[in-house]
Design a protein around this ligand. Structure first.
Ligand code: C5P
Length: 461
């Protein structure tokens, strides 16, 4: 039996012993779908739960869980292993995470940490990537949920949620264990593939107008969109699903060509390819599902996201309108940045960085800029108010870069973790996508440190 299988069975075994669980997960699409999978599996076993979606797991939060007997933490927890081992040492704790951090302690006896980036052997020093590094929290949660089912096919219908979570974290669906999950979902009819534009469902005009991933030079400009569609000869009022592959391919070529004229980094794979229909979910298009759930989390309405995962049809309209509000915010911020013609984005030897005014969009914005606008260096986005909470006014930071830069030695998780700790904050995440919170006023010192550390990473590789 593989060590992953052993750990999954340990996690399922611990969960089955309880009739109540406290579930905590992260507020993005992967975190919410991970929690959604776990909540579905618990309901089906008759295990009651209290689920909380949060942007961070700090000492206060961990302390508050001291009265629970079973705590399931998804999409976070690895970075808080020290705290968890100390405060929750007598509790059953299951952590389903895929974030990397500088681990300082191994889980205690009654705790299970399933993180594809770490293998727990005889000592903490021996941690090394072991299995399924492509897995996200929703994928890991799905594997646990499968073992919580009543029979061999138990909970297989939850695979669509795992796929949506994987899309949310931009991890490959067809590789490694994710490929096995996808194969199972296809075989069981849980999802159906579709070739076409990766724009989601809806009227062609609206989709192009509000699309930010893929991002095109037409985003936010209705006149340009209408002019473009009439040149291509496509009725903007038609729904994308009605077009068919040939028209979608024509649209794709035309979008690629105007992106090329605007020197935008739009690649065909970002625009066109295989998308998935989630046959068991209340929102059928996997991209739409993922984007709606993500928007719910970012607006502090994660309960609606969890509701979607629990197949509450009545929540679809509200989730859709949150997604629309989010896209409008994003598009107007992107138009502002592009309109400022280089004034908004600053360049240092090893990074680009910019401040945004809108809360809750640093990660998404950094991702779009790093992918479609400035691919040459990592992009760091800061928001002074975003991290503010009852414990103080933090500045929230997100960093993103292309995989190509990671191949050149850049690791944003390490860069942000170290730079944040130099200025009294904390950070971490993944080599291509990481985040940090730092005290207000420390921004320029932090940026200088990130630039220096990334320079060191490039020179060391
Ligand atoms: O918030 P954002 O989307 O930019 O986060 C990117 C990644 O960095 C996420 O995986 C998140 O969990 C991680 N992160 C972290 N510590 C922080 C902020 C974010 O590990 N303080």
């Amino acid at each position: 039996m593989s060590s992953l299988q052993r750990e999954l069975e340990r996690a399922a075994g611990i969960i089955k012993k309880h009739d109540y669980a406290r579930v905590v997960s992260h507020y993005d699409a992967d975190g919410i779908t991970a929690a959604g999978i776990i909540c579905n599996a618990l309901i089906r076993r008759g295990i009651q739960f209290h689920a909380t979606i949060t942007s961070k797991l700090d000492g206060h939060f961990v302390q508050e869980m001291g009265n629970e007997e079973l705590i399931i933490i998804a999409d976070m927890g690895t970075a808080q292993m020290n705290l968890i081992s100390e405060i929750l040492k007598d509790k059953d704790v299951v952590i389903l995470d895929h974030h990397t951090t500088s681990l300082r302690s191994s889980p205690s006896q009654s705790h299970v940490l399933i993180n594809p980036n770490y293998a727990w052997q005889s000592s903490v020093e021996k941690t090394k990537p072991m299995y399924g590094s492509e897995l996200c929290a929703a994928g890991i949660s799905y594997l646990v949920a499968r073992l919580l089912g009543d029979d061999e096919r138990g909970n297989v219908d939850l695979a669509g949620l795992a796929i949506a979570g994987t899309l949310g974290d931009k991890l490959p669906l067809d590789r490694g264990i994710n490929g096995l999950i996808l194969d199972e979902a296809l075989k069981e009819g849980v999802v159906t593939p579709r070739r076409g534009l990766k724009l989601g469902d809806g009227k062609v005009r609206d989709l192009i107008l509000l699309s930010t991933d893929p991002y095109t030079p037409l985003a936010g400009n209705i006149e340009k969109v209408d002019e473009f569609l009439s040149e291509v000869g496509i009725d903007g009022d038609k729904r994308l699903e009605e077009l068919g592959e040939e028209d979608e391919r024509r649209l794709c070529s035309a979008l690629l060509s105007i992106a090329g004229e605007s020197k935008m980094e739009l690649r065909e794979e970002a625009l066109f390819g295989t998308t998935y229909i989630l046959n068991s979910e209340v929102v059928k298009n996997a991209l739409d599902f993922m984007r709606m759930v993500d928007a719910c989390g970012r607006f502090g309405k994660a309960g609606i996201g969890i509701g979607l995962c629990l197949r509450e049809e009545v929540l679809v309209e509200e989730a859709k309108s949150l997604y629309m509000v989010f896209q409008n915010k994003l598009v107007s911020e992107l138009n502002r940045i592009e309109g400022a013609k280089g004034e908004a984005m600053k360049e240092l030897p090893n990074i680009y960085y910019l401040y945004v005014q809108e809360k809750g969009i640093t990660g998404v914005l950094a991702g779009i800029i790093a992918e479609y606008i400035s691919r040459g260096k990592p992009v760091i986005v800061l928001n002074r108010k975003d991290g503010a909470n009852e414990h103080g006014g933090d500045t929230k930071i997100s960093a993103r870069c292309s995989k190509n830069l990671v191949r050149k030695g850049i690791d944003l998780a390490k860069a942000l973790e170290h730079a944040a700790s130099e200025v009294g904050g904390y950070g971490g995440g993944h080599p291509v996508a990481s985040g940090a919170s730092i005290p207000e006023g420390a921004e320029e010192r932090f940026i200088t440190a990130v630039d220096r550390i990334i320079g060191e990473q490039i020179r060391a590789s």
